[in-house]
Design a protein around this ligand. Structure first.
Ligand SMILES: O=C(O)[C@H](O)CO
Length: 325
């Protein structure tokens, strides 16, 4: 049997088998085995490889690329977001980069709908009432929440994930979808989702639910700050399934604490992991999840498959299935 022509590093011990099986047919594999994955092991094992399947969020930067060496031909992450990648450095070195969007749209969208309802209907506060023996259902207005029915849902970022959320919400009889993106989406999809492009201020002012579904970029970092919260309805619910740094978390705390906005449901925060002593966790009106948007068995497996195809195509000098640029 002839030797396999390419060496590929897998940077995480828990990358699903689907991608590994694809790669091992054509490549000699080496894998980071420590858990949590050690940076030192990654930097040692990356030396001399032709390609990398980058599982996890360890910084993909000049340090890692230098450690790999000049023979490195391509990398694919196993994530949609690539905010932990020094994209400028990758481009400067002309190294193709793949990622694995699209296959996680459904799982993240399901979670977003869950957060939207959980925050709007006060799940966290309600559970605390039971724990503290304050079951006060004799009040007619006890734990009243926000209706999804007839609401305006505003999307900050309206790519695959945002559109998958809007599609799901159409079954909840919402009134209108608004969205803020750089480019208008195609008119057929707008019609199908009853969606209208608006500027950021209009999105904030008119939405009953504001869903953050955009990448983290220098332009979006911290854009949800006190100024933005002050433009939202007092009854508005914020959902963030994108990246924590898009929100100024101190300002979010103040807006929730003072009831400037009604509630928030967040799967992402800053920092991650969030320390258990963080003041955000003291609030009744925020539902917090530990970044589990894409955490379903099928989705993880699909992400691994896409990343492996990206690597194989990159090694063959072909366009990747999901190029990041
Ligand atoms: O970007 C992604 O793929 C998800 O947030 C999980 O990292």
């Amino acid at each position: 049997m002839s030797a396999k022509p390419f060496k590929v590093l897998i940077t995480h011990p828990e990358v699903p088998q689907s991608g590994i099986d694809l790669l091992k047919e054509h490549c000699e594999l080496t894998q980071v085995l420590s858990l949590p994955p050690s940076r030192a092991e990654l930097l040692e094992k990356i030396k001399g490889v032709d390609a990398v399947l980058w599982g996890g969020h360890s910084p993909l930067n000049a340090e890692a690329l230098d450690a790999a060496g000049p023979q490195l031909k391509c990398i694919s992450t196993m994530s949609a977001g690539i905010d932990y990648v020094d994209v400028a450095e990758m481009k400067r070195r002309k190294i193709p980069l793949g990622h694995s969007p699209t296959v996680l749209d459904a799982a993240v969208a399901d979670l977003a709908v869950g957060l939207l309802i959980a925050a709007g209907r006060r799940f966290h506060e309600a559970r605390r009432k039971i724990d503290s023996d304050n079951w006060e259902s004799y009040h007619l207005n006890w734990l009243l929440g926000q209706d999804v029915r007839d609401s305006v849902v505003g999307f900050f970022g309206f790519g695959g994930i945002g559109q998958a959320i809007a599609k799901r919400l159409s079954g909840f009889d919402i009134d209108q979808v608004l969205y803020t993106t750089r480019r208008r989406i195609d008119q057929e999809t707008e019609k199908e989702l009853n969606a209208k492009k608006v500027d950021f201020d209009e999105l904030l002012a008119k939405s009953d639910f504001v869903v953050i579904a955009s990448p983290l970029t220098p332009a979006t970092q911290g854009i949800f700050n006190a100024t933005a919260f002050n433009k939202m309805k007092r009854t508005a619910v914020l959902v963030n399934i994108a990246r924590g740094k898009i929100v100024n978390q101190n300002d979010l705390y103040d807006a929730l604490k003072s009831n400037r906005i009604f509630a928030a449901g967040i799967d992402v925060m800053d920092p991650e992991p969030l320390p258990p002593t963080d003041k955000l966790l003291t609030l009744d009106n925020v539902v917090v999840l530990p970044h589990i948007g894409s955490a379903t068995t099928r989705t993880r497996s699909d992400m691994s498959t896409i990343a492996a195809h990206n690597v194989l195509r990159g090694l063959a000098g072909e366009p990747m299935l999901s190029p990041a640029y």
